[in-house]
Ligand binder design. Structure first.
Ligand code: COA
Ligand code: AMP
Length: 630
């Protein structure tokens, strides 16, 4: 039996023993009573009764164990022309001070704190400070509009919001504070305090009584110690797109999360303490949570916080510059970033300027890795290019090439094999298990391994409905795909209305909700279509109300603005077709799947329940005018 097979088998047959061993990688104030509490399925609990602190494990213990002077964070910001190294000792002191400041504002264990910040070290300090106090952070990605932030404020009900005065996005300077003010104005829940990290290029106005400057409150703050929490206590809520405008608040625990991420660093990424690890994502996404912040720090690595883009800051050689300048062994990003580089520098000329001799492996995730991008990246970099598949919900990889266990030959188009802990199966819609190469719903047999979602914040019912109800005994990933005869998993795409735009997860349902509020729109549908750079982009179809005389182009421009203002620029909503009707079933359900197939140029079966088949010809023509299929 190969190393992988043996480890995988043990993780599935005896998860308690397997994860108890992995838990030795974490420092506990008190060991658990039960490794896996199976008493209330599908709510499984890892390490119940155990006490620990995630911040202690990610920061303080490294200071105590000889890494005090090693950089914990390298902040590399081409947009502000800054490189700053923060040692583990400095990080501990900054986190303790900011935690003390938060404590001074009344933040206690269990309180929520929303963080709305760009890629600056203070974002990590704020997250870790919450973890230190046992408070629950909820980081909201900066590309989301005020309305999306307001939805999260109302749901998470934070005591405090921590934000930056602004961000630099490529070449644009953006003020964040007006957006935060607008979100607080729109929300019913009013946070008591708003802490603003003032940046050099934009000074936020502070509202008397509510707003405080980060720089002022840390000055005299009494450093706070780590508060022991239960392994099963929540560490964070991360909102992610579902099928409606109401995002899902994925809840992560402390203990299982720390154990799983620590284990993943060696076994999936093959890194050791002291290595430089770079995830070029954003702290607003799960990749940022797990592999900019917690994973590398739990392992005692140096994490790079990069405030820049793959192109334009200043050029398509930016990634190579960062890898070589800081000696990164590992880089992790989304395929889109590589497609953007390929477009600007197809022959990789800029790579020749840099020494990448320390660079060992490129990991990609967040969206399907198309074989073209895979071949381009691996021919150029001449290192293993490893696709791995995961979701906000799981928090770490479900399927990967486990580089620290056994490196399998890559099959382009497949993220390789199930990660130990994940019993991946393919089921048809009736729940019957399918055989090799048969495409269906990708599910994971329960229990899920540690580090995966405990539930949805204050919504156990939605947790069950979204993930556990369709296939009892299994976690429904909502991705479709198959497993081949060698056990390689192929992930073909979402089965629901979630789309992936430049590695960002968005909901077409949420866009429909916005578009439907336009006074001239009678009904609408938004679908994801293929895009060479961003993977997918949304296209809207609208039916105008009877008697509307307004110019269609004007309406389309208004819709673009509405989606930008209410969801955010990252939705990249730009294209709308005005149609006379939408294709529907006789019971009135819009046939989005059929529309998606037409846009993708895929063969489709005429739905037997379709109300009027001729409408599909009209939709085909409209899509052609917009340039689909590509
Ligand atoms: N704050 C505010 N606005 C943001 C933002 C942020 N953090 N991130 C993106 N935006 C804005 C952009 O400025 C842009 O606005 P515009 O329409 O006014 O130009 C819009 O949202 C779309 O941004 P993006 O999708 O990033 O497109 P882009 O054309 O600026 O860049 C790429 C294209 C491919 C370079 C970029 O998408 C990229 O780096 N992708 C990698 C994705 C990634 O790391 N994903 C994380 C998962 S691993
Ligand atoms: P997110 O929750 O933002 O990480 O998005 C998760 C979704 O992104 C998954 O459900 C997949 O649809 C898609 N995804 C992520 N990684 C991959 C991958 N390696 N291959 C294919 N799809 C992926």
């Amino acid at each position: 039996m190969g190393a992988y097979e043996e480890i995988f088998k043990k993780s599935i047959e005896n998860p308690e023993e397997f994860w108890a061993e992995a838990a030795e990688g974490i420092d506990w104030y008190k060991k658990w009573d039960t490794v896996l509490d199976r008493s209330n399925p599908p709510f499984y609990r890892w390490f119940s009764g155990g006490e620990m602190n995630t911040c202690y494990n990610a920061v303080d213990r490294h200071v105590e164990n000889g890494r005090a002077d090693q950089p914990a964070i390298i902040y590399d910001s081409p947009v502000t022309d800054t490189i700053r190294k923060i040692t583990y000792r400095e990080l501990r002191d900054e986190v303790a001070s900011f935690a003390g400041a938060l404590k001074g504002l009344g933040v206690e264990k269990g309180d929520r704190v929303i963080i709305y910040m760009p890629m600056i070290p203070e974002a990590l300090v704020a997250m870790l400070a919450c973890a230190r106090l046992g408070a629950i952070h909820s980081v909201v990605f900066g590309g989301f509009a005020a309305n999306e932030l307001a939805i999260r404020i109302d749901h998470a009900q934070p005591k405090v919001i921590v934000c930056a005065s602004g961000a630099i996005e490529g070449k644009k300077q953006l003020a964040y504070k007006p957006l935060v003010d607008s979100a607080i104005e729109q929300s019913d829940h009013k946070p008591e305090k708003c802490v603003v990290f003032q940046r050099d290029f934009v000074t936020a106005e502070l509202q008397e009584g509510r707003d405080l400057a980060w720089q002022d409150i840390v000055k005299d703050a009494e450093p706070a110690d780590c508060v022991p929490v239960l392994a099963t206590d929540p560490l964070y809520i991360l909102y992610t797109s579902g099928t409606t405008g109401m995002p899902k608040g994925v809840l992560r625990d402390n203990g299982g999360h720390a154990v799983a991420l620590h284990w993943s660093m060696k076994n999936i990424y093959n890194v050791d303490p002291g290595d430089v690890y770079w995830a070029a994502s954003d702290v607003g996404w799960v990749v940022g949570h797990s592999y900019i912040v917690y994973g590398p720090l739990l392992k005692g690595c140096t994490t790079i916080v990069y405030e820049g883009k793959p192109i334009g800051t200043p050029d398509a050689g930016a990634f190579w510059r960062v890898i070589s300048e800081h000696g990164a062994r590992i880089m992790f990003t989304a395929p889109t970033a590589f497609r953007a580089i390929k477009k600007e520098d197809p022959n990789g000329e800029l790579l020749k300027k840099y020494d990448l001799s320390k660079f060992e492996t490129l990991f990609l995730a967040g969206e399907r890795l198309d074989p073209d991008t895979y071949h381009w990246a691996s021919n150029l970099l001449k290192v293993p290019v490893i696709d791995h598949w995961w979701q906000t919900e799981t928090g770490w990889a479900i399927v990967a090439n486990p580089m620290g266990i056994e490196q399998f030959p890559v099959k382009p188009g497949s993220p390789t094999k199930p990660v130990p802990g994940y019993d991946v199966r393919i089921l048809d819609d009736t729940g019957k298990e399918l055989g090799p190469n048969e495409e269906g719903n990708i599910v994971v047999k329960l229990p899920l391994p540690p580090g995966t979602l405990a539930t949805l914040w204050r919504n156990d019912e939605r947790f069950i409905k979204s993930y556990m109800a369709t296939f009892p005994g299994y976690y429904e990933t909502s991705d479709g795909g198959y497993i081949d005869e060698d056990g390689y998993v192929y992930v073909m795409g979402r089965m629901d209305d979630v789309i992936n735009i430049a590695g960002h997860r968005l909901s077409t349902g949420a866009m429909e909700e916005v578009i439907a509020t336009h006074p001239d729109v009678a009904e609408c549908a938004v679908i994801g279509t293929d895009d060479q750079l961003k993977g997918q982009i949304p296209v809207g179809f609208i039916v105008l109300k009877a008697g509307v005389t307004k110019d269609a182009e004007e309406i389309k421009a208004e819709l673009v603005q509405m989606v930008r203002a209410q969801i955010g620029p990252i939705a990249c909503y730009k294209q709308t077709a005005v149609v006379t009707r939408l294709p529907k079933t006789r019971s009135g359900k819009i046939l989005r799947g059929t529309m998606r197939a037409i846009a993708a140029g895929k063969e489709y079966r005429m739905p037997s329940t379709i109300d009027d088949p001729t409408i599909l010809e009209e939709i085909t023509e409209d899509l052609k005018k917009l340039g689909f299929p590509k």
